[in-house]
Design a binder for this molecule. Structure first.
Ligand code: ADP
Ligand code: ASP
Ligand code: MG
Length: 408
């Protein structure tokens, strides 16, 4: 069996913890498995490097940024590899160019195009453990790229997908992190949150894309597309974690599976734009050109030929988005632009919503009873999201968790 094990920043945060990881890898190897390991940078290291760049220049060049931040993973892969070798286990660290993890050239948020499994296959075949630096790739010009924050999850699942055609006796991708698995809500926010035995790819995708950083969204997409069983578990104990799997029929009997939250959000309203064809395009095209992702768009009912538009953007893009949209006011295409970056988004997710009515009504009643003001609402097939004041975040997630009896 091929076991792909990914260890997050906390799991390789100190030399002691790297020894702990080495023991786990040794265990999987001694059980007769082929093992490929993917490591993150040591806890805090990626943030430290980003701050270092910002202290050097106000607006660091993206290409150089990736050269810088990718070093974190290089350090941890070498440390783990030398620890294993000292234990008498054959191991080899591999960087992006050696794995030939080819991406596009969008620095700091590159997409994986291809992984050349030959090198990994050869290392595994000689009986060595391959220790791959997560988060990083290489583009067609040979430049170093990175996959966006949390990207080592995606490296791991993508490597499992690339190796899948070459394994005959099964494979699993284990994501080792600082919690025991995927919970009904972030256990660091809601102590009553409960660990899920399993969750469908689709639900995990919705949770991840609406703020649950336990898995990077794109790793879930790779898992879904290539049917890779993903086991999310703790590197600090041996308990069973959460299996991310294809949906099964009985999953629909549960209406709400989990609650996600996202504090990295800001709300913008463009006031009094003329309600004519092309106006949405003139609001959103300049944001798209600046690669700012827009979410939860609401256009109010038109009055006397004018309308307002509200939407959310990542908080990190808020200032730039406001600047761009103030251009519309200067061009007299809008009267005013207002914004609020002290908001949070909370989402209920569950495949059972497809077949059960009344989830939204119950959500709104629960929030009304708790005197939480809802600023925006959006729904999709298996998700309902609301925007609230960030000061209400903990209360909101907790009353919803209780209201939908998720602790049971
Ligand atoms: P790693 O460094 O191992 O990649 P991350 O910090 O990226 O770890 O992800 C793990 C964190 O995800 C947890 O510490 C937890 O706070 C957060 N998290 C958010 N939502 C959930 C959830 N539903 N279940 C488990 N953890 C969650
Ligand atoms: N080290 C990178 C980050 O902190 C990638 C990862 O940990 O997955 O975002
Ligand atoms: Mg992570």
């Amino acid at each position: 069996m091929l076991v792909v094990q990914k260890f997050g920043g906390t799991s390789v945060g100190t030399i002691d913890r790297i020894r702990n990881v080495a023991n786990r890898v040794a265990q999987a190897k001694s059980e007769g498995n082929d093992v490929v390991v993917v490591v993150s940078a040591m806890a805090g290291e990626t943030n430290r490097l980003i701050e270092l760049a910002k202290s050097a220049v106000a607006d660091p060049d993206p290409r150089e940024m990736d050269v810088l931040v990718s070093t974190g993973e290089q350090v941890s892969s070498a440390l783990l590899s030398m620890t294993l070798i000292s234990m008498g286990i054959r191991a080899r660290s591999l960087q992006n160019h050696q794995v030939r993890l080819l991406t596009d050239s969008s620095f700091m948020k590159a997409h994986i195009k291809r992984i050349d499994a030959q090198k990994l296959k050869a290392v595994v075949k000689e009986g060595s453990v391959a220790i791959v630096s997560g988060f990083q790739g290489i583009d067609e010009h040979g430049d170093i790229t990175t996959l966006g924050r949390g990207g080592s999850d995606t490296t791991a699942v993508a490597i499992a997908a690339a190796m899948k055609p070459h394994v005959k006796d099964g494979l699993v991708c284990e994501i080792y992190t600082d919690v025991d698995g995927v919970y009904t809500a972030d256990p660091n926010l809601v102590p009553a949150a409960r660990k899920l035995k399993r969750i469908s790819f689709e639900e995990m995708f919705e949770l991840a894309s609406s703020g649950s950083k336990v898995l990077q969204t794109r790793s879930v997409l790779f898992g879904m597309k290539f049917d890779i069983p993903i086991h999310v578990r703790s590197s600090f104990n041996n308990s069973e974690g959460t299996m991310v799997v294809n949906e099964t029929l009985d999953m629909e009997s549960v209406v709400v599976t989990g609650i996600s939250h996202d504090k990295n959000q800001a709300k913008i309203t463009v006031i009094h734009v003329s309600d004519t064809p092309g106006i949405a395009h003139s609001v959103f095209a300049p944001l798209a050109a600046a690669e700012i992702n827009v979410d939860m768009i609401i256009q109010s009912a038109s009055s006397e030929g004018y309308t307002d538009m509200s939407f959310t953007v990542p908080r990190t893009d808020y200032k730039q988005a406001m600047q761009i949209l103030n251009g519309l006011v200067e061009q007299k295409k809008a009267m005013r632009v207002t914004g609020d970056d002290k908001i949070a988004k909370v989402s209920l997710v569950g495949v059972g919503m497809r077949t059960h009515a009344g989830v939204a009504a119950k959500m709104f009643k629960t929030l009304a009873d708790a005197r939480v003001n809802i600023q925006m609402i959006s729904t999709s097939e298996i998700k309902i999201s609301v925007v609230i004041n960030e000061n209400d975040l903990k209360k909101t997630v907790e009353v919803l968790h209780k209201g939908f009896t998720l602790e049971k």
